[in-house]
Design a protein. Structure first.
Length: 202
């Protein structure tokens, strides 16, 4: 498996700042066609959800799991949207969530939802939240390769790999050790691409 590392704070930072100040936007169907601006495809309308809808703000990350739920990671808890209502999960009632500030969400090939918080990694499996003893660093992103390894991007503790129930540190690789990892992706050729904050392509 080849490795490529990308970086640069510019566009990624602008996108993150935009997410931090935006409300969650979802697309509704033709029922609201009459309300659609002429500048938007007439089959859709953008609907804003915020605190009045039960969604904490700001929203930092989104994922839709295979059961159809949309999960939103916010600075004030984890929210799940069923198409009508938001259910919010916080540390006070769900100690398996390490911290209410959620930075990254990812569903793996087995259907487990991985949750990157300000204080480490939690997961949601079979209806149960579980805190994982991987790191106490802020976790911003996840990725999974074709072998099944889960890759974990942290804030200034570099890149972690969870493989077959064991955690592996990549703290000897200068390209990622101690770095802030922003995004992880495996391409069609099996190469792992890692975006490193404020670093050149290596």
């Amino acid at each position: 498996m080849g490795w490529h590392f990308g970086g640069g704070a510019g566009s990624a930072e602008k996108w993150i700042r935009g997410c931090a100040s935006a409300m969650l936007l979802l697309l509704a169907g033709e029922a609201a066609r009459a309300q659609v601006s002429k500048n938007i495809n007439e089959e859709y309308v953008a609907t804003a959800f915020g605190r009045a809808s039960g969604l904490p703000l700001p929203v930092e990350t989104l994922v839709q799991t295979r059961d159809g739920y949309i999960w939103a990671g916010t600075s004030m808890g984890l929210a799940r949207f069923d198409g009508v209502h938001f259910t919010v999960y916080r540390v006070a009632k769900n100690p398996g969530i390490w911290n209410n500030a959620i930075h990254g969400l990812f569903e793996d090939s087995a259907g487990t939802l991985w949750i990157g918080t300000e204080r480490g990694v939690s997961r949601y499996r079979d209806g149960v939240f579980e805190g994982m003893p991987f790191t106490t660093a802020a976790v911003e992103c996840f990725g999974q390769d074709r072998s099944g390894s889960l890759w974990i991007g942290t804030r200034f503790q570099g890149l972690l790999e969870y493989r077959q129930g064991q955690l592996h540190l990549h703290d000897q690789d200068a390209a990622v050790a101690g770095k802030r990892i922003r995004c992880i992706f495996e391409d069609a050729n099996g190469r792992l691409w890692v975006a490193v904050y404020n670093a050149p392509l290596v």
